[in-house]
Design a protein around this ligand. Structure first.
Ligand code: GAP
Length: 454
């Protein structure tokens, strides 16, 4: 009945994301703003689900990690200590002919990729956005929009040690916006100027850092697999010696096979004691940890898994996208993991007739408190199934005229398009079980197989 059609391209994805309310260009009616994106009604649910899945696995399900939400604007001395003021820059070149700007280290030839014009000599361009505190725009009032969330964790290290009673090894996690004035943005939400990060700083005793780095690389890789990303589209890549930041002892990227090729999804770095040492020197405050067991004072080493929310969303969209031909028609579907799907269940009355609508609304009302549920009564049922497929909704519940007689409803599974018919009072528990991974054809009492596609 169905066969595979084309594969995902960035063009198809951008267009579907706009059509189904996942992602829009920022300030669209004014022509957009380069490197900035807005998440629509479907996109925000997907993004929230990604962040919740991360928080659940990193904080909620562990005893050794706590959370924090630090401010975006910080004392500018933080960025001097961290090295961002002096060194957070990319080499910029400008075309002498068309004046487009490029990142010199991303060019394969020494000429403008747009017009072939001659380029200026590279100069270092700092990626931090500047703004001003208070009414006077002067150097003394300069502050920066944070380019990473990590520094908010380092500067709170002692606050957390003193208040959370955590002993090494332990971690501090944060999800939040970061800003970088990237010279070139692109590939949709892959590289933008305003984006979100999910970062965790794991503080360990020096000497145990190597094993913790390996541990976190494995943990983080498994997280993506657990969320349904195909293993063959993921890989670990160890940084070569020449690629490592001067303070890092080791670093791995988890890469995803995006439509434009293998690219970084997340970095996991062994940052040694660089950050705490820098902040201790610049602030004059001791950030040393007292080890009750060995009776020593020392600076912990830090293992940092640092992931991009938007890049995770992009990888999930790419991986879940599918096209197939069903009965000579193209079906586009997102096979999202149920935990990530923006809508879990759609309630579809076969017609808008009053008595049918009343029953469907009752069902909708009963399911809403349990799942993200959508009610859709517009257009033919086939069109509505296709719409839900494009949103990646795992299950559709159809209420038809027979439902008025037998008090049963049809559940249609997104991936197989198979259908079962179950008593309405059993809907909630049946859907809960299916969303948790139970086979569709395991039926509740009184249920029956309704349609078997494959
Ligand atoms: N604290 C370490 C740090 O920020 P990074 O490799 O610069 O390391 C970590 O960033 C992650 O943040 C990246 O793997 C990526 O997922 C995301 N990220 C970085 N810059 C980004 C950008 N301009 N747009 C979208 N995501 C970005």
């Amino acid at each position: 009945m169905s066969e595979k059609a084309g594969k995902v391209t960035m063009e198809k994805l951008v267009s579907l994301c706009q059509r189904r309310g996942f992602v829009f260009p920022s300030s669209d009616i004014y022509g957009g703003l380069s490197g900035c994106w807005d998440y629509g009604p479907a996109g925000i649910e997907l993004k929230r689900n990604v962040k919740e899945a991360w928080w659940r696995s990193i904080v909620q399900e562990r005893d050794d990690v706590v959370g924090i939400d630090s401010s975006i604007l910080m004392n500018p001395r933080v960025w001097e200590a961290s090295g961002h003021v002096a060194g957070f820059s990319d080499p910029l070149v400008e075309c002498k002919n068309c004046h487009l700007r490029w990142r010199a280290d991303q060019l394969t030839e020494n000429k403008c990729p747009a017009c072939g014009g001659e380029l200026t000599e590279p100069r270092q361009f700092n990626l931090m956005f500047k703004t001003f505190i208070g009414p006077v725009e002067e150097a003394a009032a300069t502050v920066y929009l944070r380019p990473e969330t990590a520094q908010g964790i380092f500067v709170n290290f002692m606050n957390i040690v003193n208040t959370s009673r955590k002993r090494l090894p332990f971690g501090v996690a944060q999800i939040g916006k970061s800003f970088r004035n990237e010279i070139t943005t692109g590939n949709f939400i892959f590289r933008s100027r305003e984006f979100e990060q999910m970062e965790m700083e794991f503080f360990v005793k020096p000497g145990t850092d190597g094993q913790w780095l390996d541990y976190w690389v494995q943990e983080r890789f498994n997280w993506y697999v657990k969320l349904g990303i195909k293993k063959e589209n993921l890989r670990r890549r160890e940084h070569g010696q020449e690629e490592l930041a001067h303070y890092a002892r080791g670093c791995f990227d988890i890469e995803y096979l995006f439509p434009m090729g293998w690219s970084e999804l997340e970095g996991i770095a062994n940052r040694c004691d660089f950050d705490l040492k820098q902040h201790m020197t610049h602030s004059g405050k001791s950030l040393e940890y007292y080890d009750d067991e060995t009776k020593e004072h020392y600076l912990p080493y830090i293992i940092e898994p640092s992931a991009g929310v938007d890049r995770s969303v992009l990888a999930i969209l790419c991986d879940a996208y599918d096209e197939e031909t069903v009965n000579d028609e193209l079906r586009v579907v997102f096979h999202f993991h149920p935990d990530l799907a923006p809508v879990k269940v759609a309630v579809l009355p076969l017609s808008r007739k009053e008595n049918l609508a009343a029953l469907a609304k009752d069902v909708y009302g009963a399911l809403r408190p349990c799942f993200a549920t959508q009610y859709d009564d517009t257009q033919a049922i086939g069109r509505r199934y296709r719409r839900q497929d494009e949103l990646g909704t795992p299950y559709c519940v159809t209420i038809d005229f027979a439902s008025l007689e037998d008090n049963m409803a049809t559940i249609r599974e997104r991936d197989s398009m198979n259908q079962i018919r179950v008593p309405i009072p059993a809907l909630k528990d049946t859907l809960l079980a299916k969303l948790a991974g139970e086979d569709l054809f395991i039926l509740p009492e009184g249920g029956k197989i309704w349609k078997q596609e494959k």
